[in-house]
Design a binder for this molecule. Sequence first.
Ligand code: CAA
Length: 381
Amino acid sequence: MNFFLTEEQNMVRQAIRELAEKEIAPRSAEFNRKHEFPWPNFKLLAENGYLNMHLPEPYGGGMDWVSYAIVIEELARACAVTAVIYEVHCSLHSEAIFHFGSEEQKQKYLPRLTRGEILGAYALTEPGAGSDAAAIRTTAIRDGDSYILNGEKTFITNGGQAGLYVVFARTNPDPSVGHRGISAFLVEADTPGFSVGKPMEKMGLHASHTTTLHFEDCRIPASQLLGKEGEGFKIAMAILDRGRIGIAAQAVGITQAALEDSIKFAKERHTFGKPIAEHQAIAWKIADMATDLEAARLLLYRAAFLMQQGVRATKEISMAKLFASEMAMKHTVEAVQIHGGYGYMQEYRVERLMREAKITQLYEGTSEIQRLVISRALLRD
Ligand code: CAA
């Protein structure tokens, strides 16, 4: 048992923190204000070797999962938008190809994804199927050497900006086969019959583009099937395990930013003749925030450590995602409270952090779905 990060993990944190503080944090508010997709940040991460850093060489950087979690955490501390764009590209998208793709698919796409020449996305959710992911209705019907896709996806992160999509669809539309009728595909953005809706207006993460996807007789080569027919749902779930570590890391990074802003403000702001930090009402909020943040971080690093060992850690990952996101929401609200009226103003970052924290309780499985996963694992055992 060892609670110390390795020298390498500490170096990773120092390097990404420097880069994020210098290049990413200062322009985050502006990208969000303009609803502009932060391509320079993505390119910067590519140039500095962060894309797919946790995949083994030659496809990635050969780094460990705790280091990867630290990178997402530090990105979120600077810019939650950049963190989710990065996480979806690396985990939900590239990992699906790395773990389930054919050798040909890996060679065709992974080097370009790792160099940042194309951005990846993951398309599972549909207007009628969010938490109940096995209820998706998009179809992919085999026709000779092709599949023909029809249907609609929604809430797709990186939608419209991605060059390649991992898409889940029913190869067997018979409802009685349930999740076993679902398969996974790789769809290139310029495929005829594939189109993307306008970026949706969201509560937060304004610079991250979230769209619908439309498939109208969209014909793709049969070689774009990812894994085997009927394995799609298990691929979706196995990949979400990995993605949820990323969202836990994002939530930890957001809470860290809220804590730092709260401490700074509490020391500067005076009421009744002293800094508000010296009023117990405020000091205890900061103590609780820091304690919950450390607990969330420990759950996150344990989940990442287990992933690194190659053991299935679905329950522990869901615990990390659940706790980290609930704490991010709770404590960003408290951070706004500590800032008083200033906290409600866009000039102060905590206003944005509070709106960003909310999504961590929703995407990649709501808090209720994490509790379902955890309780099922406990009751089954
Ligand atoms: N790894 C591997 N296999 C898994 C698995 C996992 N983590 N979880 C389930 N499976 C397998 C099961 O073993 C089972 O296999 P068998 O039939 O052979 O036994 C099969 O998958 C079906 O499992 P369940 O019976 O548990 O499936 P279910 O229909 O009850 O649903 C669920 C389970 C956990 C509720 C699932 O639907 C779920 O995770 N829902 C949430 C969806 C979600 O997170 N969406 C996020 C979209 S992406 C996103 O949000 C990205 C973004 O914007 C940033």
